[in-house]
Design a protein around this ligand. Structure first.
Ligand code: FPP
Ligand code: MG
Length: 436
């Protein structure tokens, strides 16, 4: 397996910026290339050890690299050790959109998780639509509820749930159809909870478009849309009940609690910088990472994982989710609406101070009163946007995202080697380097 050279052909739907999972060891060269939306490490294992504090994974060929342990994780307001000078916004935008394939030999082997799981994933959306259809004869309720299940999303949540399920089953020498079917249900439930929350979120945020089309709140009235979100959640709850596993029911119910509390936290702000960053991270865990963490934990529980192994799955999802949201918050400043399929530079307009702004405060304290008044005064949004680009806030956000994605890779490397386990590492790399 290790000698095979396979080209990454990541899913066509995904704007995958770079190849270069630190979990994949290249033969020559050491370097760090950074740019917003593009950061990669490459080098031999020993060189990386020297350079990055390689922690030593269990297997030579699948070694993970991490400096994401609790002790050496970057403190949120600490300046990035990458030592960049702040790039002007044009440069940052160029970085974010350019192809940064590295010269030099291809890595030894790679895995494309979407291809690997093609069969598993192909029916996720039709199953979800069937489940919704079976439970209503009301045409418009069905139409609104299925609006986002059009197969145009990244399907990251179901993909990673099935990936973890298969990696975990392999790790535990478990292979049976009914187990995998229950785990596939978790993958669908995870996508349904996510979509129900987006449907509600679009009403709350009064969004214009999502996934390259008018958002659901633009198409139908708010009362109907809100109820359609509830309907998706209700059907997801029935599916949870049918799994008939109390631990899984508890774990997945926690996700909904977290989502609501995360969204609620977003409505408030904190006075001091430290409080604000802690508030932001907790909000981010609840709004984004909890769903991934608890879905990973659920498929592990179904596989019969003990507490320690279930925690490993949870931590993989938690780190992946935190990395994902940090990159999302970064892309809001550096990407464009066409690429993202949703409006960008949106967070400031919604009054939200995400990581790039919170980091930028360090250099530009004049951001503090703007944060407190939620960028409501004329010119606040433009000024804050400019200051973020002048600061190192974008690089620092990316650095923090990288810490979490590398931690996810390190955790994945602790599972028994399999294409699915490798896929978990590649997914963390994709999350870090995605463009949309
Ligand atoms: C998108 O955030 C929204 C979420 C990740 C969660 C929203 C949660 C709720 C509305 C609570 C209710 C939950 C359920 C399950 C009904 P965003 O606005 O930052 O991202 P966007 O740019 O994609 O809109
Ligand atoms: Mg929104």
């Amino acid at each position: 397996m290790a000698s095979k050279t396979v080209l990454v052909r990541f899913h066509e739907k995904i704007g995958y910026l770079v190849f270069g999972s630190p979990g994949i060891i290249r033969k020559k060269g050491v370097g760090v290339q950074t740019g917003v939306g593009a950061i990669r490490l490459f080098g031999t294992k020993s060189q990386l050890h020297h350079q990055c504090g390689y922690l030593g994974a269990t297997r030579e060929r699948n070694a993970g690299i991490s400096h994401g342990t609790q002790q050496n994780r970057l403190s949120p307001l600490q300046p990035t050790p990458l030592g960049h000078t702040a790039a002007p916004s044009e440069t940052i935008r160029t970085y974010a959109t350019m192809n940064t394939h590295q010269p030099g030999p291809m890595p030894e082997y790679q895995v494309d998780p979407y291809r690997l799981l093609e069969d598993d994933l192909k029916e996720v959306y039709s199953y979800i639509k069937t489940a919704l259809r079976r439970n209503t004869y009301q045409e418009d309720l069905y139409e609104i509820a299925t609006y986002y299940f059009d197969g145009n999303g990244k399907a990251l949540r179901p993909m990673v749930a099935i990936l973890m399920a298969r990696a975990m089953n392999y790790h535990m020498y478990k292979e049976n159809r009914s187990l995998l079917n229950a785990q596939r249900e978790v993958a669908m439930i995870s996508e349904m909870i996510h979509t129900a929350s987006l449907v509600h979120d679009d009403v709350i945020d009064q969004s214009d478009f999502r996934r390259g089309k008018p958002s659901v709140n633009v198409m139908w009235n708010h009362k109907k849309v809100t109820m359609a979100g509830d309907f998706i959640l209700a059907i997801a709850s029935m599916m949870i009940a049918r799994i008939k596993n109390n631990d899984v029911t508890l774990v997945l119910s926690q996700v909904v609690t977290d989502l609501v509390q995360g969204e609620f936290m977003q409505l408030g702000s904190k006075e001091t910088e430290n409080e604000r960053f802690a508030h932001y991270l907790t909000k981010t865990y609840r709004k984004t990472a909890s769903l991934m963490a608890n879905s990973m934990k659920s498929v592990a529980i179904l596989a019969g994982a003990d507490e320690q192994l279930a925690e490993l799955a949870f931590q993989y999802g938690r780190n992946l989710g935190l990395g994902f949201q940090l990159v999302d918050d970064l892309l809001d400043f550096v990407s464009n609406s066409a690429m993202m399929g949703k409006p960008t530079a949106a967070d400031l307009k919604l009054g939200l101070a995400t990581a790039p702004v919170l980091f930028a405060c360090e250099k530009y304290p004049e951001l503090n009163p703007m944060i407190m008044r939620r960028f409501q005064e004329p010119g606040d949004v433009e000024k804050a946007f400019e200051l973020v680009h002048k600061s190192k806030g974008l690089e620092q956000t990316q650095f923090l995202a990288k810490q979490h994605c590398q931690e996810a890779m390190r955790i994945a490397s602790m599972l028994k080697e399999s294409p699915f386990q490798k896929g978990l590492g590649v997914t963390a790399d994709y999350v870090l380097n995605r463009m949309k």
